[in-house]
Design a protein around this ligand. Structure first.
Ligand code: FES
Length: 146
């Protein structure tokens, strides 16, 4: 599967996201406590811009007045009608057996950009080659596989 550089690690701080266009798809890339996850930015309900939704967690109660808030920032709520999905898996929480949003493999890699396809390109190599220069990049990138 092709890999696409979508950001430097510094571009997506913990608890934040970045919306990117990769190979004709709108994708949200999330940093959840230092781990990166990517979801298709299209809600399976009616196509809302899911990745622009609010992040939250789970609130459970063992007894009246005794609440526990867990998995902070791991649940994504669609801004259109409120369907919720797990950012880490794309799984829904109202019908987890049947409903999920497409998720993509994400990695953090220190690479030379010419080994990956920049996001939004999808072009084929032509027969002509321009003069090039060696470039060294020494920072980690967030890379999405599609
Ligand atoms: S379009 Fe997302 S909940 Fe309806």
């Amino acid at each position: 599967m092709p890999k696409y550089i979508v950001a430097t690690v510094e571009e997506i701080p913990v608890g934040q996201r970045k919306l990117v266009e990769v190979a004709g798809r709108s994708i949200g890339v999330f940093n959840v406590n230092g781990e990166f996850f990517a979801l298709r930015n299209s809600c399976p309900h009616q196509g809302g811009s899911l990745c622009e939704g609010r992040l939250s967690g789970f609130l459970t109660a063992s007894a009246p007045g005794q609440y526990t808030y867990t998995r902070r920032g791991e649940m994504l709520r669609c801004p259109w009608h409120g369907w919720e999905f797990d950012v880490k898996t794309g799984q829904s929480w109202w019908d987890p057996a049947r409903m999920r949003v497409r998720s993509y493999q994400v990695s953090v890699e220190t690479v030379t950009p010419d080994t990956l396809t920049p996001a939004g390109e999808g072009l084929q190599k032509g027969p002509y080659v321009a003069e090039t220069y060696a470039v060294t990049v020494e920072q980690p990138y967030v890379v999405v596989e599609i």
